[in-house]
Design a protein around this ligand. Structure first.
Ligand code: C2O
Ligand code: CU
Length: 449
């Protein structure tokens, strides 16, 4: 049996789903809607180097994949407005909580000051009606996102999330950029049995649209920034000529061309699409956290259409920092053992359930080696706040190139070793980004002092 965990109607809270429209004209128009990036937040401050935004969380009714959702939204849109800044900019967000329950805003992947991180462990939740000004300097380039960090399983599910794009002015300039925030509106509960989800229950959306299309003009080169904002849905993406140029923490040292790209909940990846003469489809393999690739036909998520057939676009020289990978030392500072059983309350880190946790410490300014061991029967996207980390090895095997992330999927029985340069002081959350697991206590605290 599956729980329809992410169907807002199956959630607590105000959501309800109405049946899709049966108007044939409307249905036809919805067949392949044109995908666009989410609207961007307006910068209220004309000064250079300052991005000043107003953000409010409120109840909202919106349409997702032909379903009318009564959920929550930031500034009335789902996904919420994209926050765009350049490395070095000060970002100021005047936030107001207009939902009927306490919330916070967390800036996933960004090294913000500890008291700006939007977590209950450090700061008071924002009660209904409360306002708070978040401010931080954007120090890292890449694709990030924001979402509540309280009652997170329901609030993210109901639509509270948005993209953050931090630009590095030295990056190659594409003809266009496309931000795609993926979510799924019905899926199997990963805490449930070790079975694959029924593909029929999956309703993946890209910026709220089901199976949309993207048009590429002749010669066009697009930087595609993807975010998996779903509570528990894994994407195992593929298309012909897949070229990945970035991951959680900005551009890779060099582009790669893997057969597929796994995007676990919380993960981001950047890709390059250069118009060729061929239309193509972006698909996901059936993938579950309880067993990886599962049986079932791939699901087409969107189609990319060439509007004319002139010369293909030419690839740009994407490259992030090219430091060589750090060697995996023989010592370990902190071990996190991921455990869990069949019962949803069972998800633990080192045998503990948040908030009754042992606070591990790391020394400010030093590199710490963290080993994550997954002893449970499901995969977990392991996420650390306030820092980034380098993946030293997976089951003893170092990555082909330096890999810097803030969220890393740890497969069943895997042992992943991470190097954290502890450069941001404070108490930081460490947790699984399957939001049901996080809510059930699969979270702990790393103190950097
Ligand atoms: Cu995206 Cu602690 O979360
Ligand atoms: Cu988990």
């Amino acid at each position: 049996m599956f729980y329809l965990l992410l169907l807002p109607s199956a959630c607590q809270g105000p959501a309800a789903i109405h049946p899709p429209s049966t108007d044939p004209v409307e249905e036809l128009a919805e067949l392949a809607p044109l995908l666009e990036s989410p609207a961007e937040a307006e910068d209220l401050d004309p000064a250079e180097g300052i991005v000043h935004l107003a953000l409010e969380a409120a109840r909202a009714t919106y349409t997702v994949g032909g379903l009318q959702i009564e959920g929550y939204a930031y500034n009335g849109q789902n996904p919420g407005p994209t926050i765009r800044a350049q490395v070095g900019d000060t970002v100021v967000v005047d936030f107001q909580n207009l939902i009927d329950t306490p919330t916070t805003v967390h800036w996933h992947g960004l090294k913000v000051p500890n008291d700006m991180d939007g977590v209950e462990w450090v700061s008071e939740p924002l009660l209904p009606g409360a306002t708070f000004t978040y401010a931080f300097t954007a120090t890292q380039a890449g694709t990030f996102w924001y979402h509540p960090h309280l009652d997170v399983e329901h609030q993210v599910d109901l639509g509270l999330y948005g993209a953050i794009v931090i630009e590095e002015p030295a990056d190659p300039v594409p003809d266009r950029e496309l931000v795609i925030v993926w979510d799924v509106w019905a899926e199997a509960d990963p805490a449930d049995e070790h079975t694959a989800p029924d593909p029929g229950t999956l309703l993946w959306t890209a910026n709220g649209l089901t199976a949309p299309r993207v048009e590429l003009a002749a010669g066009e080169v697009v930087r595609v920034r993807m975010i998996n904002a779903s509570n528990a849905g894994y994407l195992d993406l593929s298309w012909p000529g897949l070229r990945q140029i970035g991951s959680d923490q900005g551009l890779l040292p060099a582009p790669i061309a893997p057969a597929s790209a796994l995007l676990a909940p919380g993960d981001r990846a950047d890709f390059e699409w250069a118009a060729s003469n061929e239309d193509f489809e972006v698909a996901t393999a059936m993938y579950t956290p309880s067993g990886g690739s599962a049986l079932g036909d791939p699901l087409t998520l969107l189609s990319v259409e060439m509007t004319d057939s002139a010369a293909p676009g030419s690839a740009l020289p994407w490259s992030g920092p090219t430091d060589p990978p750090s060697a995996d030392p023989t010592w370990t500072d902190i071990v996190y053992v991921l455990q869990g059983g069949a019962a949803a309350e069972d998800w633990l880190i080192n045998g503990e359930s948040y908030p009754e946790v042992t606070v591990e410490t790391a020394t400010l300014g030093e590199a710490s080696v963290i080993e994550v061991r997954n002893l449970s029967a499901t995969e977990h996207p392991f996420h650390l706040h306030g820092q980034s980390f380098e993946v030293l090895s997976v089951d003893g095997v170092p990555p082909a190139m330096r890999t810097v992330e803030d969220t890393v999927n740890v497969k069943i029985r895997q042992r992943v070793r991470l190097r954290v340069l502890a450069d941001n002081p404070g108490d930081w959350m460490v947790h699984c980004h399957l939001l049901g697991h996080e809510a059930s206590g699969m979270m702990t605290v790393l103190r950097i002092e």
